[in-house]
Ligand binder design. Sequence first.
Ligand SMILES: *[C@@H]1O[C@H](CO)[C@@H](O)[C@H](O)[C@H]1NC(C)=O
Length: 445
Amino acid sequence: MEYSKLLGFVALICFTIPMISCSSDRLFSAWPKFSSDENIKLRVNLTRRSESELGFSDRLRLAVDRSKGRMKKIEAFTKQQITGRLDAETPVEVGDGEFLMSVGVGTPSVSFEAIVDTGSDLIWTQCKPCEDCFSQPTPIFDPSKSSTFSTIPCSDSICDALGSTQTGCDPDCTFMYQYGDGSFTSGDLAYETLSIGSSKVKGIAFGCGHDNEGQGFSQGGGLVGLGRGGLSLVSQLGSKAENMFSYCLLSITDSSSQTSPLFFGEGASLSGSKTMSLIKSSIIPTFWYIPITGITLNGKAVDIPPGTFDLQPDGSGGMIIDSGTTITFLDDAAYSPMKDAIQSAIDLTPVDGSSTGLDLCYGTSSSEVTLPSLVFNFKGGVDYELPLDNVFIQISENLLCLAMLGEPSGNLPSIFGNIQQQNFHILYNNAKNTLSFKPTKCDSL
Ligand SMILES: *[C@@H]1O[C@H](CO)[C@@H](O)[C@H](O)[C@H]1NC(C)=O
């Protein structure tokens, strides 16, 4: 049976027999929409935001500020999923992630830089005609000039994957993504050919944003969602890319001209790694929840109240792994005792490091002090041993700060940030529901 007929058949069953669970996630990961028969094996080189005109401490300060903004956005999103309301709070930048990839859209292909975002699903870029478009460094995509563009009828089940962000059928499937501060992007959901790395993948559903309001981008011109939901790139590539991707992020102190590899499909395989089972949330299917159980400092468990990291039935709590947040945020109930334990292990008086936006700083260099070893413990006895460079960051010759912050207990998940992931090859496997990791020199891949 032809794939399109098969999908129609499944959709028909889903409509006529409502008792059968036909979640869109399952449909899309099982039957990817593009017509190429070949297995996908992709390598993309990620670049860090280019702010090379700034010194390291200024770049870090901006990254910490963006992380705080992103934490607020994740909080607003979490609250929205729990309560159905979106609170307008702190201004958020639409493209607030840290890593970008080049994506070509349409035929002929028009390239733009997209923020890679493991914390959201939709792939989107701005489209002509613009009711309102942010300025972006590359030309805005004009669907009327592409021979492979087609809007998606609301009867197509991928429209359902938009969930509450689906806004109607005008005449085809339309969406609106809102951000915590009242800014939004709205437009058509459409199928297009995307050029990624050296491959072209056909029939990828993406958001074509005609009305884009708010803070906009300071870098790039769109997003590539790498969350777990049905619309993300990894879900749409599906079994052709073995439902997995991996990346290896270079250190924040490495030169910004160096790139970090991102792999889809076969290329993403990792041998000799440690593997943990992920936790799926039915309330927020987008997030990659990792099963943290505790923190160990110099071989001794930090005294964290039991249940601190638990994902609650209402969708609050837990810990997510995210490429777009630079520092790690921990629920205060875990952060405070960890900070106390670190302070007792370091025989120095902290200095005021508030200019960095970070909390615990010492007026020293990492080579002159014995730093404690820190391990994040995950379910199943899986220990993630953090190299010192992934815990403390040398901001200037005599300023060393903990690259983590506490966050008030509440709706928020804790967030495992990208400094903590640097120099690890990390594999997200949506089919096996696992996350694997292995210390790696990323520039050797
Ligand atoms: C990505 O980087 C690698 C290593 O630097 C290089 O060999 C490869 O050609 C790059 N690929 C692309 C698509 O730019």
